[in-house]
Design a protein around this ligand. Structure first.
Ligand code: ZN
Length: 137
């Protein structure tokens, strides 16, 4: 670790000691100041998968039910609730029709997170809408 031909490489030593943290792709959303603080905090928790979804409550033995309250079909966990649940997909589709009609629906969230729009105000507005949508789902 950290040695090359007897020389210690600080960069490799640092990377060895630093805990591996997966990059959170929702992080850019949290930095948009236009987003209401309550929504920003929610997205921050969501990005870290720290929301009290049914699967987490069940692990904490707070509830015995882990089904999604929105569709009642699958286990309520972060990925299901925000990306796979039929109800949240319908909500995203409605928002998509309203403000992102030029993009394929399945690429809506990914596109917003990659910040490809040249129009800064439009990007911020989309971030505000996405954060409000996620919070209200
Ligand atoms: Zn569901």
């Amino acid at each position: 670790m950290g040695r090359l031909n007897g020389n210690y490489l600080i960069k490799q030593g640092y990377q060895f000691l630093r805990p591996h943290v997966e990059k959170v792709k929702w992080a850019p959303l949290v930095t948009v100041r236009w987003i209401l603080p309550r929504h920003r905090f929610f997205v921050w928790l969501m990005a870290q998968e720290r929301l009290l979804t049914q699967d987490r409550l069940q692990k904490m033995q707070i509830t015995q039910d882990n089904l999604c309250y929105l569709c009642g079909l699958e286990k309520e966990e972060h990925k299901h609730l925000f990306f796979k649940c039929d109800y949240s997909r319908k909500c995203r589709d409605l928002v998509h029709c309203w403000c992102l009609a030029h993009l394929p629906a399945q690429q809506c969230c990914e596109w917003c997170l990659k910040w490809r729009s040249r129009n800064q105000a439009r990007k911020k507005l989309i971030a505000v809408i996405l954060a409000a949508l996620m919070t209200n789902i």
